[in-house]
Write a protein that binds this ligand. Structure first.
Ligand SMILES: *[C@@H]1O[C@H](CO)[C@@H](O)[C@H](O)[C@H]1NC(C)=O
Ligand SMILES: *[C@@H]1O[C@H](CO)[C@@H](O)[C@H](O)[C@H]1NC(C)=O
Ligand SMILES: *[C@@H]1O[C@H](CO)[C@@H](O)[C@H](O)[C@H]1NC(C)=O
Length: 272
């Protein structure tokens, strides 16, 4: 875990230092070189999203998150997505890992379906068209994308298959992040906040060390950061982030969930 933190701090300070090393899932962070690979892979995925139905929630989330990277690349790096001010920004590092861990698997699943039906893309059931008009592709994708490909808009996209081929090639040489990398990235943000005494709202609003970005952390990000602090036994920090998450949550169920997590922190602190 210390490594993760170190890489962030090093990159934050703008040093060109590259930490050489191994990269197995969960330890990806120990190398900045591998981080760059992630941004390259991320860009290929973004390229393919335009061919996918935008009603898929993961497609939308991925697209939105990547669009922010693109915006900052234009603003800070003259359009260069691999500019160090972007690939070295801890908030963009966290975001790229989040996209790849949380959204890519579902998108990948859809791409597999599309590829498998390349020569035989059709509706397998009579009611497909009718269902699709009632937004079933969106509400019930697991069933619909397999049985109603035509009505769900997955057929006849030769450009997509070309791009898919490129992604498969690149995938072979890219170590993709795992959930433990995402947790590590969340913990790194917690440490960053602590070490540099960045007010949480500042970091949540995309600012690190007077550099602003369009990244915005969400309630789930605050919870994730708090969770990782909690698991590391950093209870004061965990409390701060849960508290912030609680304030930002609108859904009463989510608020209740956060309250439960906060009571766990209290229990730890009050246990001698
Ligand atoms: C698409 O499916 C074919 C046949 O199953 C397979 O050989 C090929 O590797 C797949 N291509 C991609 C890009 O996944
Ligand atoms: C950040 O901005 C504040 C206020 O503008 C300034 O006082 C501070 O020195 C700046 N910090 C850095 C590291 O540039
Ligand atoms: C935070 O931790 C709780 C309890 O372990 C878990 O239920 C929840 O899914 C976690 N949330 C996130 C965003 O990691």
């Amino acid at each position: 875990m210390l490594y993760i933190n170190l890489v962030f701090l090093v990159s934050l300070l703008g040093s060109g230092c590259v930490v050489e090393g191994y990269a197995t899932p969960g330890e990806l962070y120990s190398s900045l070189t591998h981080m760059k690979d992630l941004f390259i892979f991320d860009d290929k995925i973004a390229d393919i999203l335009q061919f996918l139905p935008s009603y898929l929630q993961e497609v939308e989330e991925y697209d939105e998150s990547h669009a922010c990277l693109f915006k900052d690349a234009n603003r800070m790096g003259g359009g260069d997505m691999l500019n160090p001010s972007i690939t070295g920004n801890p908030l963009h590092l966290y975001s790229v890992i989040k996209r790849l861990v949380l959204y890519w698997p579902a998108i990948n699943q859809v791409l597999r379906v599309i590829n498998n039906t390349e020569y035989n893309c059709e509706d397998k059931l009579e009611n497909c068209e009718w269902w699709s008009q009632w937004a079933e592709c969106e509400k019930n994708p697991t069933f619909m994308l397999i049985n109603c490909q035509l009505s769900c808009g997955l057929c006849g996209k030769p450009e997509l298959l070309d791009k898919l081929f490129e992604i498969r090639l690149l995938e072979m040489s890219t170590v993709l992040p795992s959930i433990s990398d995402l947790k590590g990235a969340a913990l790194a943000l917690a440490r960053l906040q602590q070490v540099y005494r960045i007010p949480i709202p500042t970091l949540a609003g995309g600012r690190v060390d007077n550099v602003s970005s369009c990244v915005r952390l969400t309630t789930y990000d605050y919870i994730r950061i708090a969770n990782e602090s909690y698991f590391e036994g950093e209870y004061a920090n965990a409390w701060q982030w849960y508290n912030y998450a609680f304030g930002s949550a609108k859904d009463p169920d989510v608020k209740g969930h956060i309250k439960g997590l906060m009571s766990m922190v209290l229990k730890q602190v009050n246990t001698p």
